[in-house]
Design a protein around this ligand. Structure first.
Ligand SMILES: Cc1cc2nc3c(=O)[nH]c(=O)nc-3n(C[C@H](O)[C@H](O)[C@H](O)COP(=O)(O)OP(=O)(O)OC[C@H]3O[C@@H](n4cnc5c(N)ncnc54)[C@H](O)[C@@H]3O)c2cc1C
Length: 485
C-alpha cells in the first residue's frame, strides 16, 4: 500500500513515543512547531508517490511481491533503480529545499538485506528470511524508517570493549529465549522523532570478543524504553514566531535530528537480524555508507537548485544580475552542483550485483560524491553569501519591518532595485541564511561519515599498484621501440 501524506501524519499521531523537545517531554510531535516542518518534508515523499508524473521515480515494483511499493522501501534491483533513486532525491530536494529524511532508512534496509544473506550463507543462520518477512511488512505498510548507525563512540581511539563506559556503543545486555535486551544510544538520528521504526545497526567493524555489540534489529519508535531527545538547530527559536524570519517555514532545515536512547529495550527474535556475527559488521557498515554517500549528489543537488535560484533572484533584487562576474559566480555554483549530481548518477549507472542479488553503487564514485559534497556545499554557500551581500548577517527581524515607528526606515533603507518589494529581499535573504546555516553545512560535512572516512575508502579502492603497472605498460621502452619498428 502507498500511504498518502495524511495517512503518514495520522499514523504518527497513533504512536505513543517518548519524546523530549527543548529539554521537555512532548506529548505529541506532529504539531510541535519545532518538528512540524520535518513532518511536512517526509509527508512530501508520500504525497509525490501519488502524483502520476512522478510515479515512475517515486515508486518501484517489489521484487518480493510484484506489487507497487514506495521507492523508499525498495531493494535496489539494478543500476536503473539506483539512478531513479538519485533522480527521486533531486526532485524531493527541489520540492522541499531540505532533508526529507527517509534515505537513511532506505539504505539501512538495503544494507541489512544484503548482509543477512551473506551471514546465512556463511553461518547457516536464518536471518535473511526473518528480514524478508520484516521487509514485506515495511513495504505493505509503507513505513518511515530511521536508520540508526552512529553510536556516541566515547574515546575515538578506543574500540567498544576498551571504553570506560561500555554503553558508548549499543550492545546486548541480556539474552532471553524469545529475544534480547539492548542498551545504549544512537546519536544524530535523522527523522527519528517522526519515524515509525528505528533500524539499528552496528556503527563500526568489531573484533571477535565484541559480540555483544554486533546487533542489528528493528525497534518500533514507541517500544518500551525508547527515548527520543530532539536536537537544537540554528535559528530554531524562530519557528515559534512564524513569519519570514524562519527561512523555510514549511519544511525546515536539515532532517530534525534526534538522539535515541535504548534504555534496556526488549527486541523479540523476529526483529533481530544480526546478534554476535562480528565478522560481518565491517561489511554492513561499508554497504550502508557506500549507498548513502552517493545519495548526496541527488538531495544536495535539489537543495542547491533552490539556493542557486534564491541567489540569482537576489542578484536581480540588487540590480547586479547583468554583471558578467556575477553571472560567472552563478555558473560556478551550477558547475559544482552538477558535478556531484553527475557523479551520483554515474556511481549508480555503474552499479554491480551483490551476492544477495541487489545492486551496489560504484564505491569509488560514491565516495568521491560525498567527498566533493563536504567541500562544494560550503563553496556554493560561500558564493551565495558573496552575491547576496552583508545584510544576510545584519538585517533587522520581521517585527522591525512591521513596527509603525521604525518600519518606514527599515523598509526604505533595505529597498534595493525598486522593482522588487523589500519584503521579497528579506524573505529570500532569510531563506539563504537558514539553508546555509551551520546545521546544513555540518550535515554535508559529516552525514554518511566524516570526510576522512571517504578518503580511507578511496585509498583502499585506489589500486595504486595497478595504476603504476598501467604506466609501465604505456612507457615501456622495449614496446615503444618495437612499435616504431
Ligand atoms: C545532520 C546529520 C544527520 C545525521 N544523520 C544520521 C542518521 O540518520 N543515522 C546515523 O546513524 N548517523 C547519522 N549522522 C551521523 C554521521 O554519520 C556522523 O556524524 C559521522 O559518521 C561522523 O561521526 P561523528 O559525528 O561521531 O564524528 P567523529 O567520528 O568524532 O569525527 C570527528 C573528527 O574526528 C576524526 N576521527 C574520528 N575518529 C578518529 C580516530 N580514531 N582517529 C583519528 N581521527 C578520528 C574524524 O575523521 C573527524 O575529522 C548524521 C550526522 C549529521 C551531522
Amino acid at each position: 500500500m502507498l500511504k498518502t501524506a495524511q495517512q503518514y501524519v495520522d499514523s504518527l499521531r497513533a504512536l505513543k513515543i517518548r519524546a523530549y523537545i527543548d529539554g521537555e517531554r512532548a506529548d505529541g510531535v506532529v504539531d510541535h512547531p519545532l518538528v512540524a516542518p520535518h513532518v511536512n518534508a517526509v509527508a512530501k515523499t508520500y504525497e509525490l508517490a501519488h502524483v502520476p508524473e512522478h510515479r515512475e521515480i517515486m515508486t518501484a515494483t517489489s521484487h518480493l511481491t510484484g506489487e507497487t511499493v514506495h521507492r523508499y522501501t525498495h531493494i535496489f534491483q539494478g543500476p536503473d533503480d539506483l539512478v531513479k533513486k538519485i533522480r527521486m532525491l533531486r526532485l524531493l530536494g527541489q520540492e522541499t529545499g531540505t532533508c526529507f529524511q527517509r534515505c537513511v532508512g532506505l539504505d539501512a534496509l538495503n544494507a541489512v538485506y544484503a548482509i543477512t544473506f551473506e551471514i546465512d550463507r556463511s553461518e547457516g543462520s536464518d536471518y535473511h528470511q526473518r528480514f524478508v518477512r520484516y521487509l514485506r511488512d515495511v513495504q505493505k505498510r509503507d513505513l518511515m524508517l530511521a536508520g540508526a548507525m552512529t553510536d556516541p563512540k566515547g574515546h575515538r581511539a578506543r574500540s567498544p570493549i576498551e571504553q570506560t563506559d561500555p554503553d558508548q556503543f549499543v550492545r546486548v545486555v541480556e539474552r532471553r529465549p524469545d529475544g534480547v535486551v539492548i542498551r545504549g544510544a544512537k546519536l544524530h538520528n535523522t527523522g527519528g522523532i517522526n519515524a515509525h521504526e528505528v533500524l539499528v545497526m552496528p556503527g563500526t567493524s568489531l573484533k571477535p570478543d565484541e559480540k555483544d555489540y554486533a546487533i542489528a534489529c528493528a525497534v518500533p519508535a514507541d517500544a518500551e524504553g525508547v527515548i527520543f531527545i530532539f536536537g537544537r538547530q540554528s535559528n530554531d527559536g524562530r519557528k515559534f514566531e512564524g513569519g519570514c524570519d524562519i527561512g523555510n517555514p514549511r519544511f525546515g532545515v536539515v532532517g530534525g535530528e534526534a538522539m535515541v536512547v535504548f534504555d534496556d529495550v526488549f527486541v523479540p527474535n523476529e526483529r533481530i537480524f544480526m546478534a554476535g556475527e562480528t565478522a560481518f559488521c565491517g561489511t554492513l557498515v561499508n554497504y550502508f555508507a557506500t549507498w548513502h554517500r552517493a545519495n548526496y549528489g541527488g538531495c544536495k543537488g535539489g537543495n542547491a537548485d533552490l539556493l542557486i535560484g534564491a541567489t540569482a533572484k537576489m542578484t536581480r533584487i540588487l540590480g547586479t544580475d547583468r554583471n558578467a562576474v556575477v553571472r560567472d559566480k552563478l555558473v560556478e555554483m551550477i558547475h559544482m552542483n552538477e558535478t556531484t549530481y553527475a557523479s551520483a548518477v554515474g556511481a549508480s549507472a555503474m552499479g554491480y550485483r551483490l551476492p544477495c542479488g541487489s545492486c551496489m553503487v560504484d564505491p569509488m564514485m560514491a565516495n568521491t560524491v560525498k567527498q566533493n559534497i563536504t567541500r562544494n556545499v560550503y563553496e556554493i554557500g560561500r558564493l551565495s553569501h558573496d552575491l547576496a551581500g552583508g545584510f544576510l548577517a545584519t538585517m533587522p527581524g520581521q517585527k522591525a519591518f512591521e513596527n509603525p515607528e521604525i518600519g518606514q526606515f527599515v523598509r526604505k533603507y533595505h529597498t534595493a532595485n525598486p522593482e522588487f518589494d523589500v519584503m521579497e529581499r528579506v524573505r529570500i535573504g532569510r531563506y539563504i541564511e537558514n539553508v546555509t546555516s551551520v546545521t546544513t553545512m555540518v550535515e554535508a560535512m559529516h552525514g554518511a561519515g566524516s570526510p576522512q572516512a571517504q578518503r580511507l575508502a578511496m585509498m583502499g579502492l585506489s589500486a595504486i599498484d595497478e595504476k603504476i603497472r598501467m604506466l609501465e605498460r604505456v612507457i615501456d621502452a622495449d614496446d615503444a621501440v618495437r612499435d616504431v619498428c
